[in-house]
Design a protein around this ligand. Sequence first.
Ligand code: UDX
Length: 446
Amino acid sequence: MRIAVIGTGYVGLVSGVCFSEIGNHVVCVDNDSSKVELLRNGEIPIYEPGLQELAQHNVAAGKLSFTTDIGEAVRNSEMIIIAVGTPSLPNGEANLSYIEQVAKEIGSVMDEYKIVVTKSTVPVGTNYKVKEWISELTDHPFDIVSIPEFLREGTAIKDTLFPDRVVIGVDNPKVIETLVNLHKSLTDHIVITDIRSSEMIKYASNAFLATKISFINEIANICEKVGADVTKVAEGMGYDKRIGPSFLQAGIGYGGSCFPKDTEALIQIAGNVDYEFKLLKSVVEVNKDQRFNVIHKLEDALGTLNGQRIGVWGLAFKPNTDDVRDAPAIDIISTLIKKGAYVQAYDPIAVDNFRNIFDAPEIEWSKSALEAAKDCDAICLLTEWSEFAVIELVELASVMKQSIMIDGRNVYGSEEIASSPFRYYSVGRPNLSTIVDDIRETSVLH
Ligand code: UDX
């Protein structure tokens, strides 16, 4: 197919590159000319493993191109995919102004029948607004389709080329065949539904995953008080196929560009129809609190934070991305500074992005994990980058002033900690250093 993808953010770029990879002719459109120039030169403005190579390969094969000219892109394509951002408004609702602008542009330039797909995460009913916005400006026929995106940062290409499912929401059954043909090489699980249900599937999926995370974080908090090990609890729960093992990793809570925004938006969507989504409100509240447990543990270990030097490992909201949007590290570092601490921060790739949104004279930006720990009273691990897991803990302790570690992601095991000098706080594993191996052996018999 000839496809135009509008918006070259995460979703747009990955979708465009992947649709070209499976044999379509794709033109990616953005109104930011410097971004388009960069993309034309084979560079990718986001950090996503494998994306640059795949983009370059498909550009060279003549299947992928970039433009600022939305008119030409729309007219030359059979299908137009809207993938622009829907940032949060101050009240949590999704801001649809970019979607509206793009829909109106499509309406004003289209010259024959088009299929218009919305991939951006949009509140239930938005696709019908898209239909109205386009109709206001054209008499040509078109169909609207909702195909939400479920990709994760860091594994975006795999998630797009080998998705668990593809959801297609339509209001005209005639387009189903075309859309199934476009996606059938990707998965056997194609869910065809109406447009509103498709829009809801995206929010419900993200809200459910966020719920799993807040649930296991609360279980972890209770484990700390009753002397249980949350990693074993999660393992024991996860073998139950009805529960599943994923998204039960206790930590400092979820961040990123999707879960915080989409949970707030779903609470608003429910509120707009006079339904109070009590469960999801609690999920959000638990998540907001969870990151501050790092501060509470530091205070438990050090007394006051005033004048203390704290190393911070990891600024990105999760590993393998340079994305710091809604990263727990933002609240944690700003609280440390408010409490009078000095911070030495390190992240393998997210420092520049972090400094763009938060910087302070009390922060020193380190070039390595060991440099960030040097002369520190405590080290806090906030993102589970793989390089932290292989740090030699005895060497680490030797560069620090005090051997105190707050591991916000449960990276280290009992043996490593037992053979190190660290006073070690993790999440939901209060007795870690005393757990004996034969108990661990028994617990894997399932
Ligand atoms: C998420 C969804 O997974 C994806 O389907 C959707 O399209 C966009 O939002 P992403 O934000 O890239 O993707 O990251 P994800 O890997 O889902 O992690 C989200 C957050 O949850 C991270 O902050 C991560 O640290 C946290 N998390 C995840 C946990 O704390 N524990 C877990 O067990 C899993």
